[in-house]
Design a protein around this ligand. Structure first.
Ligand code: ZN
Length: 155
């Protein structure tokens, strides 16, 4: 038997990372992968614009008038993964490339997801409030510890 096969956690985080590569955001690419307790992938998502608004918000700007920036439009990876799911995500684990923000924390809690595994810390008040929301909802949150620091895929 092979000894160097990847762990479930590395596998699902790699899928979240691969999903992030679909993002058109020039600054931040975030991916999420929702998995049930039987290690079955339920859904994936990445940060993107809502259907129909791709042209309005195509510049992905961070500066300027609020309604001209990406912020009021972009749908985060976690929310997209939850909304993309064909079934309930109750009791599932969400793997995310970045720590969730407060808006996604709310969606995670309300959807019934019971565990969050994230790869990169995110500083700021959105992340701080997300920690309060997730903690009060008794959602297990942990930082991913990779066995494989680099997974190469050749196509
Ligand atoms: Zn978010």
């Amino acid at each position: 038997m092979r000894k160097d096969y990847i762990s479930w956690e590395d596998y699902f985080m790699a899928i979240a990372s691969l999903s992030a590569m679909r993002s058109k955001d020039p600054v931040t690419q975030v991916g999420a992968c929702i998995v049930d307790r039987d290690h079955k992938i339920v859904s994936v998502g990445y940060n993107g614009m809502p259907y129909g608004t791709e042209d309005i918000s195509a510049n992905w700007s961070k500066d300027g008038k609020w309604e001209d920036t990406k912020y009021p439009y972009v749908c985060h990876a976690e929310l997209n993964a939850i909304l993309n799911s064909p079934r309930s995500v109750k009791g599932c684990i969400i793997y995310v490339t970045h720590h969730p923000c407060n808006e996604c924390a709310k969606a995670i809690v309300q959807s019934g997801i019971s565990e969050v595994i994230f790869n990169n810390d995110k500083e700021g008040k959105e992340s701080d409030v997300a920690k309060i929301i997730l903690d009060n909802a008794n959602i297990k949150v942990k930082k991913h510890r990779a066995d494989f620091k680099n997974i190469g895929i050749r196509l």
